[in-house]
Design a protein around this ligand. Structure first.
Ligand code: SAM
Length: 319
């Protein structure tokens, strides 16, 4: 365990750079008076860019599960027409109703899935194997949900292997799950460093030293499991058409194929949507040069079907 204590929240300054920011703004085409929702407010990058464009009669509602991220969003959106809500985006309909915004009246929704660079950098949150910290991984540490350490202590080898395979697409999942169970019988797995080292030792030598740390996939799997990320995504994908006004748009940025597949499928297989991005929009070389995280970002946009003239769309979405 690190000898230094984690940074207290009040000293935390945002390091996260919003991904595909210009593209999201262009596609959602905010106008004076628009009501927009950012389901993943994070450090407030997309929220504030949208809020600067809706004028005094418009508003942006930002949701996040993480109270520490909402603090950063609050600082970034000071003086702007923004309401911040501590709730998962899967409870968007209820959260909006609480603010007097009826279902079917929202002009645009953005979701920028996954975790922010800030959460990754805070070692007390346990998302990163780059520094040693407690194996927590909950987006909302106030939720009372089990931490990653608690799941690793309780789950059967079979369930662990299935989760690591399904959510991490890790082919050595069985071996890793078996090693987790053997190790925890001797001493509990409590830190990110312990888990990362265990995973690396399960991967054959010649595959261990590739460009991607073998622990990456297992950490992704555990994070998805701890936060039921795909459950939240499936729920909002089913509810979004009912939340948006006719002609309203959803812009969803995903970072791995498990998410992107769901978004693509939901947009294509519900006739209340018109898909606006046949292929996902990706970051430019300029953006990935300054923000490597943007490299795996895929933006898909769809419009809630309406029989009215569509508002103008960007003419040349990036391939
Ligand atoms: C990639 S960051 C968003 C960054 C943000 N767009 C910005 O520009 O700063 C993702 C955020 O979504 C939040 N999050 C993840 N799952 C969520 C969910 N189901 N509901 C609400 N927020 C969620 C995380 O806590 C994190 O702050």
């Amino acid at each position: 365990m690190p000898s230094e204590p984690p940074d207290p929240p009040e000293r935390r300054k945002a390091v996260h750079r919003p991904v595909l920011l210009d593209e999201v703004v262009e596609w959602l085409a905010p106008r004076e008076g628009s009501t927009l929702v950012d389901g993943t407010a994070g450090a407030g990058g997309h929220t504030s860019a949208l809020a600067r464009r809706v004028g005094e009669t418009g508003r942006v509602i930002g949701f996040d599960r993480d109270p520490a991220m909402l603090e950063l969003a609050r600082a970034a959106t000071e003086g702007l027409p923004v309401d911040l809500v501590h709730a998962p985006y899967s409870e968007m309909r209820e959260g909006l109703a609480g603010l007097g915004i009826a279902a079917g009246t929202v002009d645009g929704v953005v979701l920028d899935l996954g975790l922010s660079s800030d959460q990754l950098a805070w070692r007390d949150r346990g998302f990163s194997f780059g520094s040693d910290g407690p194996l927590d991984m909950r987006f909302d540490p106030t939720s009372g949900l089990p931490t990653a350490a608690e799941l690793l202590a309780e789950m059967s080898a079979e369930d662990l292997a299935n989760a690591i395979y399904e959510y991490g697409e890790e082919r050595f999942s069985r071996r890793i799950a078996r090693r987790i169970v053997e190790t925890r019988d001797a001493r509990p797995l409590e830190t990110t460093g312990q888990l990362a080292e265990l995973v690396r030792r399960c991967i054959p030598g010649k595959l261990r030293h590739g460009p991607i740390d073998p622990a990456t996939r297992v950490f992704q799997a555990l994070r998805i499991l701890v936060n039921d990320e795909l459950g939240h995504l499936d729920k909002i994908l089913a509810e979004l058409p009912g939340i948006l006004a006719p002609g309203g748009r959803a812009a969803i940025i995903s970072f791995h194929s498990l998410e992107d597949r769901r978004v693509k499928w939901a947009f294509r297989n519900d006739d209340r949507w018109t898909v606006l991005t046949r292929k996902p929009v990706t970051a430019t070389a300029e953006e990935t040069a300054v923000n490597p995280r943007a490299r795996s970002a895929k933006l898909r946009v769809a419009e809630r079907w309406s029989n009215q003239e569509p508002i103008p769309t960007p003419t040349s979405p990036r391939p």
